[in-house]
Design a protein around this ligand. Structure first.
Ligand SMILES: Cc1cc2nc3c(=O)[nH]c(=O)nc-3n(C[C@H](O)[C@H](O)[C@H](O)COP(=O)(O)OP(=O)(O)OC[C@H]3O[C@@H](n4cnc5c(N)ncnc54)[C@H](O)[C@@H]3O)c2cc1C
Length: 278
């Protein structure tokens, strides 16, 4: 059931954040607050499961025809036993649902549900969820509204200025001096356009950051919707095409918040409730 994996994943990034001085030790209390309910559910589930497994087989002809009860129960709880049904309630780490309608397929508190996209730099189809690893970083997925993102007045350019502006952007506020720009908050942008309709040189330069020991350019920050037959992430995850949105994802890959694309201040306030300014 992988509950212990979920527990370890929940606790691991919090320990990293506290030990690196990026969050106060209070953050650790959220481990019990979030995982105790999961443990209680598991005890309830196992209790019922052991009762079903140990009951006498029903030998009536009708029951012989039907799917055995243990199979029905196991199938019905498939998402639970796979560890995918855990949804954390609102807290300092998980926002409230005012803007959930902007991305109905990314329920706040639930695990981030991957979908196919096209990597802009080389037009390669990839799974968005597979481009992020378990490395204790926060992810900010910016689903762009329906406008030309190459236009210097586009909302994307304003977002990048708010995050990386020369006069102290939001990302810099929480990132230790000398660390890679995405060491704490990793921005990934998803466009509605086809990759062949966008030119890298007309998009914000901060989306091609130099990083790592050798300062190599990271070409995996920008993605496009996959328009081949029913694979468009904007449709699959119910994202508002007109307005776009920001989806904040915790290091354990649970959705922390869904915010309007231009809600820079709300994003800053939310992160300030979790992280200490560097
Ligand atoms: C019925 C059941 C079935 C499960 N099945 C699975 C499974 O099949 N697969 C899976 O991956 N996971 C399963 N789990 C979950 C797994 O057991 C937990 O995820 C894991 O044990 C959590 O580890 P932990 O270190 O946080 O807590 P624990 O293993 O509970 O360790 C906490 C320790 O702290 C001690 N402690 C508590 N308070 C204090 C205190 N004040 N002072 C000192 N010590 C204290 C406790 O005595 C305990 O030894 C199951 C759990 C249950 C209850």
């Amino acid at each position: 059931m992988n509950v212990s994996m979920g527990d370890a994943f929940n606790l691991g990034w919090k320990l990293v954040a506290v030990l690196q001085g990026r969050s106060t030790p209070d953050l650790l209390h959220s481990y019990s607050a979030e995982r105790q309910a999961v443990a209680q559910d598991l005890i309830r589930f196992d209790h019922e499961w052991s009762r079903i497994m140990s009951e006498r087989p029903d030998t009536t002809p009708a029951a012989q025809q039907a799917q055995p009860r243990f199979q029905q129960y196991f199938i019905r709880h498939g998402r639970y036993t796979a560890g995918m049904s855990v949804t954390y309630p609102p807290s300092a780490l998980t926002g409230t649902a005012e803007s959930q309608a902007l991305a109905t397929g990314f329920p706040i508190g639930a695990r981030f549900h991957s979908a196919p996209v096209i990597r802009l730099a080389d037009a390669k189809p990839v799974e968005l969820g597979h481009t992020i690893t378990a490395d204790a970083r926060w992810r900010l997925f910016a689903f762009c509204p329906a406008e030309n993102p190459m236009d210097p007045g586009a909302a994307l350019h304003r977002l990048c200025t708010a995050l990386y502006g020369a006069d102290g952007g939001l990302v810099a506020r929480f990132t230790p001096a000398g660390a890679d720009v995405d060491a704490v908050i990793d921005l990934r942008v998803i466009f509605q356009q086809n990759s062949r309709d966008l030119a890298l040189e007309h998009l914000p330069a901060t989306l091609l950051p130099a990083r790592g020991r050798l300062g190599l350019r990271d070409y995996e920050k920008m993605f496009c919707a996959d328009h081949s037959g029913g694979r468009d992430i904007f449709d699959l995850r119910g994202i508002d095409r007109a307005q776009g949105c920001l989806v904040v994802v915790r290091p354990d890959q649970h959705v922390a918040h869904v915010l309007p694309f231009a809600a820079h201040d709300r994003l800053a306030d939310f992160l300030a409730g979790i992280m200490i300014a560097a």
